[in-house]
Structures are given as C-alpha cells and as structure tokens.
Ligand binder design. Structure first.
Ligand code: GLA
Length: 385
C-alpha cells in the first residue's frame, strides 16, 4: 500500500472513532520552503519558493447544521465553532486558523457548509515551513468542495493571507499562502509579489533540495518580524517609493546614506536579496553550481549581518551544511530566528550529506537536528480517492 493510501486509512479510522462515520472527502495543502528571497514578499519583491511534499490533510464530512467540529491528530485536541458566530478563541489558537478562513470566506459572500473534520499534518509546526498556511489553505479547499463553488488559486491565497493577518493577527506577506495554493508538482515558483504572477522554475537534473531543521525555536520571532517590516516600510517611504521593490540596486547604493544606519542596513539586505532571487533562478535552471554557492552564501551573510535574523544555532548549521559531502550551497529559510534551513545538494550524495550534517551539528550544539530531502509537490486540492 502506498503512503497516501495508508494515511487515508489511518485518518478514516480516527474519523470513525470521533464521529462514528467515514469522511466523504480529503482536502490537502502543502508547506513550503523558500529557496531565495527572505522577507522580500512584504516588500513586493521576488521569491523563489518550493511547495513541498510535507502537507496538511483535513478528512471531512458535511454536517446538517452550521457547526464545524474538529479533531487534530497531531495535537490530540478538539475544537468547534458555529458558522453563525465566529469569534477567536485565545485558548485554542490552532482552531483560529480555520475560524479565520471561515470568517473571511463568509464575508466575501461564499456559502459555507458545516463539517466534521480530522486534521493531520506532516509539516512541522513553528519551524519555518508554513504549517499555518497549509492549514488555512486546506481549510479553504474543504469549504470550497463542500459548498460546490470554486476559487481562483491566487484569490484563495489572498483570502487565506487575510485570515492570518486580520483574524489570527500575524502580519505576514503572501509567500506562504501563495505557494500552498498555486504550487505545481515538479517545480519551484518564481513569484513576483507585486503583481502576484509566477512562473515555474525547474531545477537542473541532479540538484536536490534538503531541509535542515535546527530544532531551535525563538519566542521573539513574531515581534522582530513586525519591526523588520516597519523598518523596510519606513525606508521605502523615505526614499519616496511604495515599496523597496521599486528601487534598483544602483540607485539604492547612491542613496542609502539618506537613511538612518539601521534602516539602511535592513533595506540594503532586501534590495540585494531581491536581486539574488532572479539570479538564483537562472543558476538553478542551468545547474551553475558556483553561482548557487556564491548567492546562497551572500544571502546567509546578509540575513545575519544586515537583517539580523540569525541565531548561533543557524551559524552552526550553516557550517555543518557547507562542510558536508555533496553540498552545492545553503542558506536560511522562512523568517529566520532558528527553525529550518535549506541546502542544495548533489542528488546522489543526499544520504552522505544528511548524515554528516546531523553529526557535525549535534557535535557543535548538542541538539539533534532533522534533515530530509523534499520534492516539489502540487498546490492545495482534494486528495484523489
Ligand atoms: C514568514 C511569513 C512570510 C515571509 C517569510 C520571510 O514565513 O509568513 O510572509 O515574510 O516569513 O520571507
């Protein structure tokens, strides 16, 4: 039996135990890893992003009333809410992702049907691979299927982002939800966050993507994120632009002294990182290893020295990744402050790479990391039965 069938059987069994019947459909949505473009999304820039095989499933069955009853297999916890009175529950944060999506969809005029649901995710939580977006997008997909209407994938991403911004209260950009909704199997996406267009980018044969999870979590990530965002917005405004995306590298270098030292540092990282996204996409398509190494190394250095989203655990992981056999290049992922990092690795050396990283990182930090290769997965949809 393949792993997808196995998972479906397991979820069906849990569903039976909780709701006394079988689910009638399965919605799924992938997590993501950014290959280049840290914090460029809310600056309306570019991101090279990969929807990954780690995903969130919701097994669901419609109900006759307007209640949503949920059981999370990962958290072994229940949540429920009425579609007629959606309020945030601070005691049950995970349920708020579903409540938020329901509220936004209803406000947009979509007809929602109550359901019983069992949730199961293989996206690790709070580690920078967008478990929140995967949950939101899977929720939207379930409501869509049960309500018999259809959302354009980009609009679905925007509505899920709105749920996170306005209901959950996290001021994230569009990257996570866009990747989870628009992703295609087999390729990365070069996303333009200004017009929300994207094009598929196929990595050259032989280049694998390996996630290296530092297992280090930093509490402050949320407030630091908001500060970085505010600094970028202030910098763009002082330079007379709507967003940092609208300023070229050349112009930025001639004008950065107009900004305060710290704001200039933040903005410099974004403007340079944005330029690296386009270059990395080209390098990965043709398999130009030297350029991949140079761009990813610069990205990591800028993230630490200019954007200051690094932590010592990330330094140790970077050192372990760059020393490991088969490495092509490596950098941070997600918002930074710990969590997962990403490496490009010669496909036939993935095993040796992973083993070496685990040993060296553990020796340096005493923390047991997790490493796994990921393949580009399809965006959110129903699991075919
Ligand atoms: C988080 C946010 C995204 C993006 C990244 C950093 O994942 O949710 O919108 O800003 O951080 O690139």
């Amino acid at each position: 039996m393949n792993s997808s069938n196995l998972r479906r059987n397991q979820l069906t069994e849990v569903f039976q135990q909780h709701f006394g019947t079988a689910p009638s459909l399965w919605g799924r949505a992938p997590g993501r890893v950014d290959l280049m473009g840290s914090h460029t999304d809310y600056n309306l820039g570019y991101v090279l992003t990969l929807p990954i095989g780690r995903d969130t499933w919701i097994a669901a069955r419609p109900r006759a009333d307007r209640t949503v009853q949920l059981y999370s297999l990962n958290l072994e916890a229940q949540a429920s809410f009425s579609l007629d009175r959606i309020v945030s529950d601070p005691q049950q944060r995970w349920g708020n992702y579903l409540r938020g999506v329901a509220q936004v969809l209803q406000a947009e005029g979509f007809n929602l049907v109550g359901f019983d649901g069992v949730i199961h995710s293989t996206v690790p939580m709070s580690s920078g691979l967008s478990s929140s977006a995967a949950l939101e997008c899977a929720t939207a997909t379930v409501f869509e299927a049960l309500g018999s209407w259809q959302l354009d994938p980009v609009r679905k991403a925007q509505l899920c982002q709105r749920a996170e911004n306005q209901f959950v209260g996290v001021n994230c950009g569009i990257l996570d939800q866009y990747t989870s909704c628009v992703g295609q199997a087999g390729c990365a996406l070069l996303l333009d966050c200004r017009d929300l267009s994207s094009r598929p980018v196929k990595l050259a044969e032989g280049i694998a993507v390996v996630i290296c999870d530092t297992k280090f979590k930093r509490e402050l990530a949320g407030s630091e994120y908001g500060q970085r965002r505010a600094q970028c917005e202030a910098g763009a405004q002082q330079l007379g632009r709507r967003a940092l995306r609208e300023i070229s590298l050349e112009e930025f270098y001639t004008r950065e002294q107009e900004l305060s030292a710290e704001v200039a540092q933040r903005c410099r990282f974004i403007v340079e990182e944005n330029d690296r996204v386009l270059k990395l996409a080209d390098a990965l398509i043709v398999g130009d290893r030297a350029t991949v190494l140079s761009l990813t190394t610069k990205s990591f250095r800028g993230a630490g020295e200019l954007y200051e989203i690094g932590v010592p655990a990330m330094q140790s992981m970077m050192a372990a990744m760059l020393k490991a056999p088969g490495v092509i290049g490596a950098r941070q992922a997600g918002a930074g402050f710990g969590g997962c990092m990403v490496a490009f690795v010669e496909r036939e050396q993935v095993e040796a790479f992973a083993e070496s990283v685990r040993r060296d990182y553990h020796n340096a930090t005493g923390i047991q990391p997790e490493t796994y290769a990921v393949e580009a997965a399809a965006g959110t949809g129903l699991v075919a039965v």
